[in-house]
Design a protein around this ligand. Structure first.
Ligand SMILES: [Zn+2]
Length: 207
């Protein structure tokens, strides 16, 4: 993707994500892979609803800073995933509360609507690792490497969603959190098993 367009899309998503309560303060970070295989990523300590084009670092996949401020301390979470998923053009890392609560309590997030099933369908999970650590970046990348998942829950921390565009990655993150919110409400109603019908899921996948 072209750099100015990538930054504009990431700035919009940052503002929307904070507005929707999917992350707070300087939590979360966003990135996009440009056509030359370098990555633009939010700078260390930036607040996602206050991003400007100067908030982004441009780095190589090995973490060398080519331009801009110091990158987010989570930069490896992004670069490791770009390394294992050549189709990933954008990665959205947020701290959505229902996904984190439901999974921390040991419940699976259930896909209940067509959108949950179609846009997310499955997710990977890691246990808690210190943010910015090699273990976190490595285990998150392992979860998506086969292509089975595009969303990973980083235990007691956040989620990482990848897509072939900023919009696609964000849509996956939004649907994941909506699925978790509905799972939470279903659990409050005493329901522990309702999901999108499996036979319909197979049809959706083959559309
Ligand atoms: Zn985080």
């Amino acid at each position: 993707m072209e750099r100015t367009e990538a930054l504009n899309q990431l700035i919009r998503v940052g503002s929307d994500a904070v507005g929707m309560g999917l992350v707070q303060a300087s939590g979360g970070n966003l990135s996009c892979r440009l056509d030359d295989n370098t990555v633009v990523i939010t700078g260390k300590g930036t607040w996602l609803d206050r991003l400007t084009p100067d908030s982004f670092a441009r780095i190589t996949l090995s973490g060398e800073v080519l331009e801009g401020p110091k990158p987010s301390s989570e930069w490896k979470l992004h670069t490791r995933t770009y390394e294992v998923r050549s189709d990933a053009r954008a990665i959205i890392h947020l701290h959505p509360q229902y996904t984190l609560l439901v999974t921390a309590l040991g419940h699976p997030v259930r896909f209940i609507t067509q959108d949950h099933a179609f846009y997310v369908g499955s997710y990977g999970q890691t246990k808690y690792y210190t943010n910015g650590s090699d273990e976190l970046a490595e285990t998150a990348a392992e979860q998506v490497a086969s292509g089975a998942h595009d969303v990973v829950v980083l235990g007691n921390h956040g989620i990482s969603a990848l897509g072939d565009s900023v919009e696609s990655a964000f849509r996956k993150a939004l649907n994941m959190e909506e699925a978790a919110t509905m799972t939470y409400r279903a659990l409050l109603l005493g329901d522990t098993g309702t999901v999108f019908p499996a036979e319909e899921l197979a049809k959706l996948r083959h559309q």
